[in-house]
Ligand binder design. Structure first.
Ligand code: RIB
Ligand code: CA
Length: 324
């Protein structure tokens, strides 16, 4: 049986409990060429330390971790201690990491890795500052990257403003560079990732795996889920980021639609919105109302998630955690 070549990926992230789960899926099911860290859920210092803690916890110290941008292209940060805690990975006191960082800046690591490897996929689960800057600094990488899959945006509501999602609105200019790059894109927005949920029952299943690693992951997700359930009344821990990875492992988990997606940069009320054009998808209501018009949208530049089988998704995540 021919060896199935694993997809070569870089995970650009801001750990973050859900970023941790994205890293675990990528490490187990793909060829994880590197982890690049960015400001986001917490300061760059903290998201970088958390990335090192995660690779040490999961036995992934062979995966290079390169430190990236401390703020957006325009100099903004917007940390989320109320969600992920003061450390950005609260819930378990993980040991201070001793693994050294890769010597390159994350932007240069992305450029070098893409120039030296064919068909690299970039999975971005934080603000797009590193990825946008890499495309600005070395435009040649755009034709070499096979796909950029992001957790970000939404076809409906936001979580920072009524229309803007955290990863996009912290650095809309960087997101604009990425979405206009012409690189094949997959977008997993809040409209779907809010339904990717590790419920208390799922977390108990993880705990019952019985390994020290699984118990630690259960404690981390228990903290994260607890804050979300307390603050937002969710049904558990929102598994936003691993959606951007799971699509490559089992595409049947998601329902995807081609759309043109653009980033609003100037709107007083709408800055950071992912403007998703699905006019070509006439709704049943339109048709039932006898709407015969052909609603031509703009040429799609992205595959956008519009549905998820959460039980299939959580089974994949739990099986993956069991394999560490
Ligand atoms: O809006 C959710 C996103 O913001 C997730 O990536 C989470 O980790 C935070 O980065
Ligand atoms: Ca994230």
């Amino acid at each position: 049986m021919a060896e199935v070549r694993k997809r070569k990926v870089i995970v650009d992230c801001d750990p973050g409990h859900d970023d941790m789960c994205a890293i675990l899926l990528a490490a187990k099911h793909m060829e994880l060429l590197g982890i690049t860290t960015v400001h986001g859920n917490q300061s760059l210092e903290k998201t970088t330390k958390n990335s090192l803690k995660i690779v040490e916890l999961a036995g992934l110290t062979h995966v290079p971790v390169a430190k990236g941008m401390p703020q957006s292209l325009l100099g903004w940060t917007n940390y989320a201690p109320e969600i992920h805690g003061e450390s950005g990975l609260d819930g378990v006191d993980l040991p201070e990491p001793t693994t050294p960082l890769h010597e390159l800046h994350a932007v240069d690591f992305i450029i070098k890795t893409v120039m030296e490897n064919d068909d690299v996929t970039i999975i971005a689960t934080g603000p797009l500052t590193n990825v946008g800057l890499a495309l600005i600094k070395e435009p040649k990488i755009a034709s070499r990257i096979s796909c950029i899959s992001i957790m970000g945006g939404s076809t409906t509501y936001g979580n920072v403003t009524p229309v803007a999602e955290f990863n996009i609105v912290i650095d809309p200019e960087a997101a604009d560079v990425v979405f206009r790059s012409g690189i094949p894109m997959k977008m997993f927005g809040l409209n779907v990732t809010r339904r990717a949920e590790a419920t208390p029952q799922h977390i108990q299943r993880i705990r019952e795996l019985g390994t020290p690693f699984a118990r630690t992951v259960a404690d981390l997700l228990g903290f994260y889920g607890g804050t979300l359930m307390r603050i937002f009344g969710t049904g558990g821990a929102s598994m936003h980021d691993p959606c951007a990875v799971a699509t490559f492992i089992d595409p049947t988990i998601f329902d995807m639609r081609p759309m043109h997606v653009a980033i609003e940069l100037n709107g007083k009320l709408t800055r950071g919105m992912t403007v998703c054009d699905y006019r070509h998808e006439r709704t049943t209501a339109d048709q039932l109302a006898g709407d015969k018009a052909i609603h031509r949208g703009q040429k799609p530049n992205c595959e956008v998630a519009v549905g998820i089988d959460n039980e299939k998704f959580m089974d994949l995540l739990i099986q993956t955690i069991a394999s560490f």
